[in-house]
Design a binder for this molecule. Structure first.
Ligand SMILES: Cc1cc2nc3c(=O)[nH]c(=O)nc-3n(C[C@H](O)[C@H](O)[C@H](O)COP(=O)(O)OP(=O)(O)OC[C@H]3O[C@@H](n4cnc5c(N)ncnc54)[C@H](O)[C@@H]3O)c2cc1C
Length: 398
């Protein structure tokens, strides 16, 4: 929105700019208007269609790592993932969701998978012929992930999983679930392992479909003596928490990017409406109170974009990113919520009409402040990180 496009910022390389421009063209052509039928079936169908479209368009190549398996690069290009999510989110929340879940659900396979696991799952994820899901949350373990109870007991050359997962995106339509279960190597976070569980595994049941304010496939899963071959365990026993954190180090910044996409869309809508709506003998945008809102939206969006692309760049450079990704996620999701609220206000009554873009954005943004670590969790990550850095530098000074 400012005179220099964020695509020209030094965090990004020419290939990123080219990617964003190409996706912009594709999204304008390929993505249809928002879904009006919010029934579970319609949402499932729309999501399946979007995954196929994104695969055919070649965009899911960026959701995985490993050129041998159909990826665009050997490691996931975090900046590309962010640019794709930001662009898709401006067009369709569901398209962004479909892309993001392919990445989040298979990211751990890209990073920690054996050659056999990669060969079996990643090419289908990249083509959009298999749908991925990430299952860690439980009714009594959300923010406190290390409290999870779902357990996997080794029995010969297989594991038997018992327990429950909830709020699982793509639950009901996924072809496989990345499931985190307690294997007991140690108490708490160090006793968790990750498993790839095919959707048709006996003992895995979609116990409930959950309808939410921004419709997308979501379910509660129950595992009852669900037997999976030991070869489906990802990484070493007890490595599950590390696998989660490594995956989130990539995808947390991308949640910030999606929020940016929603916020940019809201600013565009607010500018269009306020420069065309006449009142009191002038345009709504002529009033300084409106200008203050617009100025805050634009400035907040640029601040959040700087944090987002800094985090993505750090990750791509192989540098520590946990604190910076938390800053990006917290800031972008919070400012996006405020920017969208301002846009609704600028629209007046029209802003709360079902189907209006700003009304849809108002619903779409809300869950982003909760999933992949609520804002309060990001605050703790940031504070702990900076306190540790401070203590280390004090120690070094003597
Ligand atoms: C739309 C949607 C999609 C999701 N998709 C997935 C998925 O695909 N896979 C998956 O595994 N999970 C998924 N989740 C679950 C999500 O990760 C959890 O909702 C999230 O971790 C928060 O857990 P909780 O809902 O149990 O809230 P709780 O853990 O009960 O937390 C409630 C609130 O407490 C506050 N809080 C948390 N910690 C602290 C603290 N230390 N101090 C003060 N306040 C605190 C926060 O405001 C938080 O929102 C999804 C959630 C949503 C809403």
């Amino acid at each position: 929105m400012t005179s220099s496009s964020h695509l020209d910022w030094p965090f990004l390389e020419p290939r990123h700019k080219a990617l964003a421009i190409e996706l912009e063209r594709w999204a304008g052509r390929a993505l249809s208007a928002e879904l009006h039928d919010h029934s579970v079936r319609a949402v499932d169908d729309a999501c399946r269609k979007l995954v196929r479209q994104l695969g055919e368009g070649g965009w899911l190549k960026y959701a995985i790592g490993g050129t041998a398996y159909g990826a665009s690069a050997d490691t996931i290009d975090t900046r590309a993932v962010c640019l794709i999510r930001e662009t898709l989110a401006r067009y369709s929340g569901l398209a962004d969701f479909a892309f993001a879940m392919q990445g989040l659900g298979s990211g751990a396979i890209s990073i920690f998978g054996s050659p056999e696991q990669k060969d079996r799952y990643l090419p289908c994820v990249a083509k959009g012929t298999a749908i991925a899901a990430f299952a860690i949350s439980e009714p009594d373990a959300g923010s406190d992930v290390a409290a999870l109870q779902c357990a996997a007991r080794q029995d010969g050359d297989s594991y038997v999983i018992n327990g429950e997962k909830t709020w699982i995106s793509n639950g009901g339509i996924a072809d496989f679930y990345l499931v985190f279960a307690r294997t007991g190597e140690a108490a708490g976070a160090k006793g968790i392992s990750a498993f790839i569980v095919d959707a048709d595994a006996r003992g895995l049941e979609i116990a409930e479909r959950i309808e939410v304010m921004a419709p997308h496939p979501l379910a509660r899963l129950v595992f009852q003596d669900c037997r999976v071959p030991a070869a489906q365990r990802l990484g070493d026993p007890g490595q599950g928490f590390k696998i989660t954190m490594s995956t989130l180090d990539i995808f947390r910044s991308s949640v910030a990017a999606a929020a940016l996409g929603f916020a940019r869309c809201a600013l565009h809508e607010a500018l269009s409406r306020s420069t065309s709506r006449k009142m009191f003998g002038q345009q709504l945008a002529d009033f300084q109170l409106t200008q203050a809102k617009l100025a805050k939206m634009a400035t907040d969006i640029d601040s959040a974009a700087l944090l987002t692309y800094r985090a993505a760049w750090l990750k791509d450079m192989g540098l520590p990113v946990t604190v910076e990704a938390a800053m990006a996620k917290m800031t972008a999701t919070e400012i996006a919520q405020q920017a969208i609220d301002s846009a609704v206000q600028i629209f007046g009554a029209l802003g709360v009409v079902s189907g209006e873009t700003v009304e849809r954005l108002y619903r779409e943004i809300r869950p982003l402040r909760i999933y992949e670590g609520a804002t309060e969790v990001q605050q703790l990550i940031i504070a702990r990180g900076i306190i540790k850095m401070h203590q280390e530098s004090e120690r070094k000074r003597g």
